[in-house]
Design a protein around this ligand. Structure first.
Ligand SMILES: [Zn+2]
Length: 235
């Protein structure tokens, strides 16, 4: 389902790779901003970054913005743009409507997930671009796995207040009021609740905390750096 494009470079989803107009990837720590320009087929692509704020704010990118937009999701139907999400343990999600030629990139940390940022993106795709959730292809990139993502009572409670099922939190075996959050499942369940098809969701099941090729804030702190996840269309 997933393969490494070239060693120490970026991971792709085979199904998305088959779409002739689409480019995408989940970068390892070795894939940096300068690497985009090294590929001749991408020389006219503009790189679109967000100032990510752990929100559920989504932007429709209908032109190249003068400065970084603040928010955690981007949607566009324009070619020659790379929508880029930066993460270190949070979940990056890339979405494409193959028929309508619309793409989205989303940053899902525990805060954004609790604010249902992914759900809002799917609704925006539906309402603004006429996409059917059942036709969307969704790629979930590497993030911190549920074996490693320890959180406190405050996080569990904030999810409970927002009506999340407690199943996403597994109690710690020895530490009181500590839990393991399944970030991927908490987002996956939102996708399915809106009509996204199970067969159309591709998950790269690699834990950023366990795999040194990816930056991990939990493992490396401030010096972790960020992995770049990207999606873009040619004409
Ligand atoms: Zn892990």
């Amino acid at each position: 389902m997933m393969k490494l494009s070239t060693p120490d470079d970026f991971f792709i989803v085979s199904r998305l790779e088959k779409i002739p107009f689409l480019f995408h990837g989940f970068g390892t720590r070795n894939w940096r901003e300068k690497n985009f320009k090294e590929r001749t087929e991408w020389k006219n692509f503009k790189l679109i970054f967000l100032d990510q704020i752990h929100s559920n704010v989504i932007h429709f990118v209908d032109k190249v913005p003068d400065k970084n937009l603040k928010g955690d999701g981007m949607i566009t139907n324009l070619p020659s743009l790379f929508l880029i999400i930066k993460t270190a343990d949070c979940l990056p999600v890339l979405i494409v409507d193959e028929m309508r030629k619309v793409i989205a990139a989303v940053h899902c940390g525990w805060r954004g997930t609790q604010k249902r940022v992914i759900k809002r993106v799917i609704q925006d795709l539906e309402n603004h671009y006429g996409c059917f959730p059942s036709s969307l292809l969704v790629a979930m990139g590497p993030c911190i796995g549920n074996e490693c993502y320890e959180v406190g009572e405050d996080v569990r409670e904030s999810y409970e207040e927002q009506g999340f099922h407690p199943e996403f939190f597994r109690p710690h075996s020895s530490r009181r009021k500590k839990y393991f959050l399944d970030l991927k499942e908490a987002n996956y369940s939102q996708l399915l609740s809106l009509g996204v098809q199970k067969k159309n969701v591709y998950s790269l099941d690699i834990c950023t905390h366990c795999q040194k090729m990816f930056p991990s804030f939990r493992r490396d702190g401030e010096r972790a750096g960020r992995m770049l996840s990207f999606i873009g269309m040619s004409f």
